[in-house]
Design a binder for this molecule. Structure first.
Ligand code: 5RP
Length: 218
């Protein structure tokens, strides 16, 4: 029997296909939902892709999809990714897979962000899922102390190194009343490379999979 969550991810990925125009260079996120999309990409005629992680890059390459360097292309039209949490305004928490920095860079370079989720990830306010914070290794303890001052409980993601050679502090219990302001506040801590709140790069459209199908939320 197919795992119902997997079936929802596949349904959201299938719905996302219809937004991909022929000939584009597509920004591709990271994670198990995105993997469902990657499996379907041979069905569309894209020119190639910008990958948001090493893992995504190798999956795309294995299907023969050409990978472009973000520095060699201009502004892109579309980025598609999953999320760990998303609110009604399209603000998200991402980074459960640790690819947040490159995801945010690619998302920033794209005009539109389509977020594919199952309905368990839709929340009224962000923060139950820990906020992944990518930190320069030397600044780990300093940043952890600043996060505690903000009311958070940072947990070092043991044994994990990001694609950029940094570490991650998964931070619980943060009160995120204003996602855009809080994202900025975290960015201002010296030693923070990137944080998993995506408010400046919020989703322009959500494809929300549920038991009965996929709902488009704009
Ligand atoms: C990776 C991410 C993913 O988009 C997020 O963790 C969701 O993953 P999944 O689709 O596996 O639930 O931000 O850094």
């Amino acid at each position: 029997m197919t795992d119902p969550k997997l079936a929802q991810k596949q349904a959201a990925a299938k719905a996302a296909l219809s937004y991909i125009d022929d000939g584009i260079i597509l920004g591709v996120g990271t994670g198990s939902t995105v993997n469902c999309l990657i499996d379907l990409l041979p069905q569309v005629r894209i020119k190639g892709a910008i990958a948001s992680s090493e893992v995504t890059e190798s999956r795309l390459k294995s299907l023969g999809i050409e990978i472009f360097d973000l520095n060699q292309v201009g502004e892109l039209d579309l980025y598609i990714d999953g999320a760990d949490e998303i609110d009604a305004d399209g603000n998200m928490i991402k980074g459960g897979g640790g690819a947040l920095t490159r995801e945010k860079i690619v998302a920033a370079a794209c005009r539109r962000f389509i977020c594919m989720v199952d309905d368990s990830k839709v929340v009224s306010s962000l923060g139950k899922f820990p906020v992944a914070i990518e930190v320069l290794p030397q600044a780990r303890s300093y940043v952890a102390r600043q996060l505690v001052k903000l009311g958070g409980e940072p947990v070092y993601r043991e044994g994990f190194v990001t694609d950029y050679g940094n570490v991650i502090l998964d931070t619980y219990d943060l009160i995120i009343d204003n996602p855009a302001e809080f994202e900025q506040r975290l960015n201002n801590i010296v030693g923070v490379v990137c944080n998993g709140i995506f408010a400046a790069q919020s989703a322009t459209l959500m494809l929300k999979a549920h038991e009965g199908g996929v709902q488009t939320v704009q």
